[in-house]
Write a protein that binds this ligand. Structure first.
Ligand code: B12
Length: 271
């Protein structure tokens, strides 16, 4: 049996200083975590032992297999539960802070109408072979997401949703044809980093096709993106899991609509 995970850091210390935390399973700060993975082994006792060995190497000790299920004849899916000794320093966590104010649909429409003085054009698509349209539809379609209406509901936005599996050349051509202010791209499949490659390819194609001043705002979203990777990917903004249409609409105003004389919103592109 391993040393108790709290022995180096007494529970009281962890509880009082909320900047250093441990996972919670059965009791506060007990360090218990649950992980799942698949091994390329048929389901038997050896496979379960292999799962325990892997979990221990990951720092879960003692590791308990709480679920094992054969996935066909040659693979087994596992859920393993046990304590880790690691501490999380909350002060060292870096997040992308929202750099814009959240606006209501009414405020978005009013800002676009008064300060852009024309409809703001949004072109959306899933690019590459990706056919997962639910995410981009959640942002664009009237029915929306999480109780918020999608961008099609906004009177001052004109939305062109190109749907699934749009090629990058088609997207660029359509964005130019529609005089898009913003291009919203969804990438859900991440196998072999397809989402990163497709996004970088899309950004490069827009850079090649248009001078900076005429380039639409490039926004990419999907559940497995790192929101801090915008610069690296060559896009203006990355949105992750759980994004709501209101956040996207507010960001578009922040990035594309000139600030009011009294306002302090910074704007990237005004025409
Ligand atoms: C529904 C679904 C499908 C449907 C898609 C139907 C459709 N019209 O979209 C169908 C059955 C077609 C499908 C097919 C496949 N799928 Co599928 N699918 C799913 C599933 C179950 C749900 C995805 C979903 O709709 N989520 C709900 C939406 C609302 O969430 P979201 O996409 O994250 O979007 C939100 C944010 O990310 C963000 N967002 C997303 N896009 C954008 C874009 C912008 C601009 C912004 C601002 C925000 C934003 O806002 C949204 C709202 O908050 C997931 C598993 C899961 N539970 O997530 C697998 C999943 C995505 N699929 C997967 C796979 C592997 C496939 C297939 C390859 C399976 C196969 N072997 O054929 C195919 C690929 C088809 C293709 N060519 O793309 C894997 C992907 C794994 C990986 N590492 O990439 C998943 C994770 C399942 C799994 N665990 O293995 N799939």
């Amino acid at each position: 049996m391993s040393e108790h995970p709290m022995s180096e850091h007494p529970m009281s210390e962890v509880q009082v200083d909320k900047q250093v935390v441990r996972p919670y399973g059965d009791a506060t700060g007990d360090g218990m975590v649950q992980v799942s993975f698949t091994l390329p082994l048929p389901h038997d006792k050896r496979a379960e032992g292999a799962a325990v060995q892997l979990a221990q190497k990951m720092g879960i000790d003692p590791a308990l297999v709480v679920h094992a299920k054969a996935m066909g004849p040659d693979f087994t899916f596992f859920v393993v539960y046990g304590p880790v000794r690691h501490l999380v320093d909350v002060n060292a966590v870096q997040v992308v802070e929202r750099e814009y104010s959240l606006l209501s649909a009414k405020e978005v429409n009013a800002a676009v109408k008064a300060r852009l003085r024309r409809k703001l054009v949004v072109v959306g698509a899933c690019i590459g072979t990706d056919a997962h349209t639910v995410g981009i539809d959640a942002i664009l379609n009237v029915k929306g997401f999480a109780g918020e209406k999608g961008l099609e509901y906004y009177r001052e936005l004109r939305v062109v949703n190109l749907g699934a599996q749009v090629t990058v050349p088609d997207l660029v051509a359509r964005a130019i044809g529609e005089r898009a202010d913003a291009v919203l791209v969804s990438q859900v499949v991440t196998q072999r980093d397809a989402h990163l490659h497709n996004t970088a390819e899309m950004a490069a194609a827009f850079r090649e096709a248009l001078p900076a001043a005429r380039r639409p705002l490039l926004v990419v979203g999907g559940p497995r993106f790192d929101e801090s990777a915008a610069r690296e990917l060559g896009v203006d903004r990355v949105f992750g899991r759980g994004t709501t249409p209101g956040e996207v609409a507010s960001y578009l105003v922040h990035a594309l609509v000139p600030p009011s004389r009294t306002g302090n919103s910074s704007t990237r592109k005004a025409s």
